[in-house]
Design a protein around this ligand. Structure first.
Ligand code: SF4
Length: 354
């Protein structure tokens, strides 16, 4: 079940039944304001809802002031070890701090960070990574989901000892199973909002698959309030993958879903080219509808009958249908079929809007 507690990251609610928000992290040097702002604006365009930046030094912390002035989504400051950077990031406009209370040199420093977060009304995310667990926990449990959950609870307790409950948690590991088990256990143990993701997932292809399996398993269980797909690639790819994972899980319907058949010996049309082009063209339609691109008239309209509009290929022709009901047959080349079918798709989208 999704966590009941919630936090506000800027104007984005996380947890408490709010829609699952999509995050990414900049890979520009944070103190290069121009580059960082450009990357964040591009990510916003793609659908990023919360952005995180690394704050490795004071120069980066101070750059936040001018970055947040130029962007439109909340910014999370990622800090390790130095409480001063967390305090400065809060002063410079961060909407959330990602900092582990156990790593900043004692309860007195935790209190300083908590005071700054409270003064600026911002939450703190505790980020547990299986690769950097505390020595005592590793000795007791090994690099296990139990150790990760214990680590998160210990960090949270340090915040709670200062009367601070405005927190979220992430539990990330580079193996899918450990990540999933740790998050499931955390969701059973606590109602703190969960940021989910598989860390060090890898390069695009395998990284997306690992993230889809891990995040998919959690999302199907109702676990997770905000997510990041970590890829060794352009962060834009992380946003695209995150949106697609949410769509594939049936959690988001904020655009057109194209369903297409795998093709078989009955296919008499270049369905791959048609499906790819239709998918490219519908990306700009903001209507939650389903479009079917099917290979043959024998099975296409029936198998695609859940679609709001669809086409099934014939010999130099296509049949257009809506919810399985045949509308008409169109004769023409592949390009002409695409053009004509897109007219039908736009017509359907317009009716949805009315
Ligand atoms: S819809 Fe037709 S072409 Fe596509 S897989 Fe089914 S039978 Fe084959």
């Amino acid at each position: 079940m999704a966590s009941k507690r919630s936090i506000m990251v800027g104007n984005v609610k996380v947890g408490g039944g709010a829609p699952i928000s999509i995050q990414s992290m900049c890979n520009t040097p944070t103190d290069d304001v121009e580059k960082t702002v450009a990357q964040i604006l591009a990510l916003e365009q793609e659908g990023c809802e919360i952005i995180r930046v690394a704050v490795p030094d004071m120069k980066a912390a101070e750059a936040l002031r001018s970055i947040v002035d130029q962007i439109h989504i909340p910014l999370v400051a990622d800090i390790h070890f130095d409480w001063r950077l967390a305090v400065r990031a809060a002063e410079c406009g961060a909407s959330k701090l990602r900092v582990n209370p156990g790593n900043i040199g004692g309860q007195q420093n935790v209190r300083r960070v908590v005071d700054a977060a409270r003064a600026h009304g911002i939450p703190i995310r505790v980020g547990v990574n299986a690769g950097s667990l505390e020595k005592e926990l590793l000795e007791k449990y090994g690099p296990t989901p139990e150790a990760m959950v214990q680590s998160a609870l210990t960090h949270l307790k340090m915040l709670e000892d200062c009367g601070f409950y405005d927190a979220a948690v992430s539990l990330k590991a580079s193996t899918v199973k450990t990540t999933v088990d740790a998050n499931r256990l955390m969701a059973k143990t606590s109602d703190v909002p969960l940021h989910i993701g598989v860390t060090e997932a890898g390069t695009k292809n395998m990284g997306i698959l690992k993230s889809a399996v891990g995040l998919g398993a959690l999302l199907m269980d109702g676990v997770g309030d905000t997510l990041r797909v970590s890829l060794t690639d352009d962060p834009i790819e992380e946003i695209r993958a995150a949106k697609n994972i949410l769509r594939a899980a049936g959690i988001r319907r904020d655009g057109v879903e194209v369903v297409s058949c795998p093709t078989c010996g009955r296919t008499k049309i270049n369905l791959t080219a048609i499906a790819q082009e239709v998918e490219r063209r519908v990306a700009s339609i903001d209507v939650p509808m389903t479009v079917a691109v099917m290979g043959c008239v024998v099975n296409g309209p029936g198998e695609g009958k859940h679609a709001d509009v669809g086409m099934a290929g014939g010999v130099d022709s296509a049949v257009f249908f809506r919810h399985g009901e045949i509308l008409r047959t169109f004769h023409g080349s592949t390009e002409e079929i695409i053009e004509e079918f897109m007219t039908e798709v736009h017509k359907t989208a317009d009716e949805f809007r009315d």
